[in-house]
Design a protein around this ligand. Structure first.
Ligand code: NAD
Length: 700
């Protein structure tokens, strides 16, 4: 919690004379004795500042006055503790037509152009988050002062867009153009000092020095960096063409142009108009308005709201401060490290010492990657306490069991710890497949037992399935959900049914890939097709990553429990590979061979011999059974909310975000069309493609 508390802790912001000014709307405005006007954004209707039409219109009215009254200088900052501004209000984008967006953008640009032309010096002071349209507002000022905790970025690409309020030309004009482009292309935010080094801001100061920095900016002591030689060269088209080629290549390594057009559009704009601000401005508005109507952007905006909905499942606090994790293996170690990184006190136990040591070592590496700030890493590691004797069990508010997937073993562990648990403590399991009601049998108090099903790797997979069962108390489910949100993961409530949601849906995808492989289709081709559909990883590589032993176990147990017709039988050679300990990435050999860095050695599908096998049904054979399983889960009330099912698949499996989720994709394609297609595949390939009756009810 430390990190969260820090961010929210009292801080006294230097708001100049505006501190005492009455808000007349979203801004508080006041003039000091030197004639400097402080204009403080403090939205009356929101916890964080976002930029939308009313804010810009209000700014415009103030500009009317400033043009008349000619203040000595204008300072813009935010009164919100969390930051300057989080970007545009995304609600504005929902359902808006390209024409409406274009009209709104044109007005917005006029306001920011007016701000940029104001005859007095304009200074933006930014702290905390300064993103998207917030950063574009700051860029329309003459100078930018960042408080040292500021984080600046353009997250628009995550919504299938690029900056639309002047960022595309103002950022490359003040900062190193290549760095500015990279920022907009990746959507990654950067800390204040880095922003200073690329020229995006002019100074970085501690909060207590803001007034002095404003003064320095006013009297002209704060000089802007002049553009580098390389930066100036990019004013010429041939130089931009060369740079654009590299950018396209790098972007294509991360995203397919067909699926994610926005970054490629941005490169085109910059290549054609970079250095010509007026032309770039016109092109930016047109291109943004076009992108907003694209399916990709609509679906990514949907994903944004799915995430908000999942975060919103948190209802009150978990009341958890101390977590004890049992089992320091692949999952337990990561869960413990992650929770410590998020501010919880964590004790980590195991029956053996060696896994605990290894887990702490891995925790350091993981936290260095995610948290970055060495002081915060050290604090997190201080909170992660090796506990081979399991003393933490008696003090923890939440015990998470992550021991091997064997029911007798888990029963034994519960029997040993239950008498020691503190009053009010929760007991959670990370089981992937064991039914919770079976695990709870024999417990004294099953009402406090819950599944917290994390995904591997915990630091990257945002989903946690909150698994309930027939004897769980609503309070346990509520607290477990809150805990997942408190550690910045996204909760999805599911019932204890075979494979819960995610594994039930992913297993047919991986199982079908093995059938295709058996039919003689090259593994690289199978993976490529799935990636083209938009999956983050092809099913063959995924099977290797999960581990052939685990994949075989899960598939066999799901097939037993859901019926033989639901999944293809695992091929004999898979069992043999598991016996020979060719288990996938973790053993360096599986369906692929792995290099020293753990990367699969693949032949490019283009290099496969002419006439090598293919199947035009391949993508549907991989994807439709996954959709069918999601629909089955909704129908069987394993998950009750269609949107959360979509969110869970996106954040738990990486299901093509630009498609908006499996159910949304099915609805877009047409439920009747999917059902008909599945019938066709069932006739051709077998009953595993039979559409679940839930499809009909989904239509209702
Ligand atoms: P693992 O084998 O890597 O780790 C299990 C650890 O538990 C080992 O370090 C072992 O020494 C320890 N252990 C064994 N008996 C113990 C006992 N009595 N008390 C304390 N510690 C004990 O296993 P894992 O892959 O981390 O899986 C753990 C659980 O998480 C399983 O239920 C699994 O189904 C589930 N899970 C695994 C994954 C995954 O991708 N590996 C994903 C989600 C859930």
């Amino acid at each position: 919690m430390g990190r969260m508390l820090n961010a929210l802790s009292e801080r006294s912001l230097e708001l100049g004379p505006a501190r005492n000014a009455e808000p007349t709307g979203h801004f508080r405005v006041a003039r000091d004795d030197d004639g400097i006007v402080w204009m403080v954004l403090d939205r009356t209707d929101k916890r964080v500042n976002t930029i939308d039409r009313p804010v810009l219109e209000e700014l415009n009215q103030h500009l009317d006055r400033f043009e008349r009254e000619k203040p000595a200088a204008l300072v813009i900052r935010s009164a919100k503790k969390a930051g300057f501004a989080a970007g545009a209000d995304i609600n504005q984008f929902v359902g808006a037509s390209a024409a409406e967006i274009k009209a709104a953008l044109e007005q917005g640009h006029q306001v920011l152009d007016r701000l940029a032309r104001l005859s007095c010096r304009t200074i933006a002071v930014v702290h905390g988050h300064c993103l998207g349209a917030g950063l574009e507002l700051a860029l329309a000022c003459d100078r930018r002062i960042a408080v040292s905790d500021a984080s600046l970025g353009f997250p628009e690409v995550m919504l299938g867009l690029h900056p639309g309020l002047g960022g595309t030309f103002r950022a490359p004009a003040v900062a190193d153009p290549i760095e500015a482009m990279t920022m907009m292309l990746t959507g990654r935010a950067m800390p204040a000092r880095r922003a200073r080094s690329i020229g995006l801001v002019d100074a970085v100061v501690e909060e207590r020095h803001v007034a002095a920095a404003v003064e320095a900016a006013f009297y002209g002591d704060l000089r802007r960096k002049s553009p580098s030689l390389a930066g100036r060269a990019l004013g010429f088209r041939p130089a931009r063409q060369i740079a654009a080629r590299t950018m396209r290549k790098k972007t294509a390594e991360k995203a397919r142009q067909e699926n994610y057009p926005a970054p490629f559009r941005l490169i085109d704009l910059w290549e054609a108009h970079g250095g010509d601000e007026k032309a770039m401005q016109r092109a930016e508005i047109d291109s943004f308005a076009e992108l907003i109507e694209s399916e990709t952007s609509k679906n990514l905006v949907r994903v944004f709201f799915l995430r908000e909905k999942m975060k919103g499942l948190k209802d009150g606090s978990s009341g958890v401060r101390h977590v004890h994790v049992i089992g320091a293996g692949a999952m337990g170690g990561e869960i413990a490290a992650w929770a410590a990184g998020q501010g919880f006190r964590v004790t980590l136990g195991d029956i053996r010492l060696e896994p605990i040591g290894a887990a702490v070592k891995k925790a350091a590496a993981m936290l260095e990657k995610v948290v970055k700030d060495p002081l915060k890493v050290r604090d997190a590691l201080d909170r992660l306490i090796p506990d081979p004797e399991g003393l933490g069990v008696a003090h923890a508010d939440l015990v998470i069991e992550a021991a091997p997937e064997k029911i007798e073993l888990k029963h034994k562990i519960y029997a040993g710890i239950e008498p020691k648990l503190k009053e009010g403590a929760l007991l959670a399991t990370n089981t992937s497949a064991l039914p919770l009601q079976d695990l709870a049998s024999g417990m004294r108090d099953p009402s406090r037992f819950v599944g917290l099903h994390f995904f591997n790797p915990v630091s990257r997979m945002q989903l946690v399935e909150i698994v309930s069962h027939d004897r769980i108390s609503p309070e346990t489910a509520r607290r477990a959900t809150a805990f997942a949100a408190e550690i910045s993961r996204l909760p999805a409530p599911v019932a204890s049914a075979p494979g819960f949601l995610v594994n039930r849906a992913l297993t047919p995808y991986m199982a079908e890939a093995l059938v295709l492989l058996d039919e003689g289709i090259a593994k690289e081709r199978i993976d490529r097709r799935a990636e083209e559909f938009g999956m983050p990883m092809g099913p063959i590589e995924l099977t290797d990553q999960v581990g052939l032993d685990i994949a075989l176990d899960v598939a066999t147990s799901l097939r037993e429990r859901l019926g033989e017709d639901t999944l293809p039988a695992a091929p004999d050679w898979l069992t043999r590979m598991v016996e020979e300990k060719r288990l996938g990435r973790k053993t360096g050999r599986g369906l692929y061979d792995y290099d020293g860095e753990g990367k699969p050695k693949k032949i490019a599908p283009e290099a496969l011999p002419d006439g090598s096998r293919d199947d035009p049904d391949m993508v549907d054979r991989l994807i439709l059974p996954m959709l069918n399983a999601v629909v089955a889960c909704i129908d069987e009330k394993v998950i009750t909310d269609e949107e959360i099912a979509d969110g869970a698949m996106i954040f738990g499996t990486g299901f093509a975000p630009f498609r908006g989720g499996p159910v949304h994709y099915a609805r877009q394609r047409g439920i009747d069309a999917i059902v008909a297609r599945m019938r066709e595949l069932a006739a051709k390939h077998g009953p595993r493609f039979t559409p679940h009756p839930g499809w009909e009810r989904l239509k209702g």
